[in-house]
Write a protein that binds this ligand. Sequence first.
Ligand SMILES: Cc1ncc(COP(=O)(O)O)c(C=O)c1O
Length: 391
Amino acid sequence: MRFADRIDKLPPYLFVGISRKIAEKSAQGIDVISFGIGDPDRETPGHVLDALDAGARKAPNHRYPESEGLPEFRKAVTDWYYRRFGVTLDPETEALSLIGAKEGIGHAALCFIDPGDIALVPDPAYPVYEIGTMFAGGDVYRMPLREENGFLPDFASIPSDVANKAKILWINYPNNPTGAIADRAFFARAIEFAKSHDIALLHDACYTEVTFDGYVAPSLLEVDGAMDVGMEFHSLSKTYNMTGWRIGMAVGNAEMINALMRVKSNLDSGAPQAVQEMAIEALATSDEWIARNNAGYQHRRDRVVESLRGIGLEAVAPKAGLYIWTPVPPGYDAATFTELLLEERDIVVTPGSGYGESGEGYIRLSLTIDDERMEEGLARLEGWKIPPPPA
Ligand SMILES: Cc1ncc(COP(=O)(O)O)c(C=O)c1O
């Protein structure tokens, strides 16, 4: 069989290797505790599940959905954007349903990238920005996210020939995997850079609702000029424990939304309408429910950070997101320290190098593990003396 080059170019999915190692250990009867993948462990709210029950029984929902989403869904999204961010959007032209943000992020490259075009992608990053670019035949220019810059890209360091050839600029705040946040001033710089080089600015905003210590994350679209060049991707997955239902949205510049809708309408037939009805209900969830859900993560964040500091790691408590991003001890790299944790403590974390070369030297721990298992895992770290690195 002769496959396309893009299949050979695909890196192994980050979590496949980890799952294999867990399986090997489990086969030996060892109980491995995973802080690996970010996938909420708690249930979708009951009122949202009720909407699925009702939606499943409506005959119109048994037929093909429209690619752009139900008008009621798009209205619920734009109402939510107004309520949450003070941003006014036209539900007809400036909002689109997605089969999860991942689907929209992957397809977005097809709207902008021709073979040989460049996408500016953060490093480390959620892998789909780069894979989508590769599928569209484009090249990636990696923007290092460095701790000393607050894990924000430095636009001034991008060579002008690269900037001029670039068609897309990806940003993601609150950030996976670093846990960094961005303010409106950063978004304004990104907008100015995108405008000055005629680049589409794509913001992955999946974690804006998972925040701690009273922090309220902004939307790119709050900032002047964003609607001229920007599109924002959002997800119900993390906010409402809905990863399994696959529903998200893209909002922003009408031409960009229209291009994505045209790509999607040729490749998929939209999100199941009963799931869109769940999303309408989810977007009306009370602030109290969200605060309670986030308080649970905040407790886990504090416990994980405390334990990591207890073994001498310089863990920082993030203001948002589902991850602790922490440097490995001197002498180790991301892979060797990840391996050590698995071998000596039966704990799974993700090596930062899996998110790009600037993720080298870090590991990521996810907070989507139930409290009891988390405490068991953290107990395995207590009193652990990290051995000297291999010579
Ligand atoms: C940064 C980022 N964007 C997008 C997604 C995917 O979201 P969805 O479940 O809506 O596809 C994830 C999931 O982990 C993520 O971390």
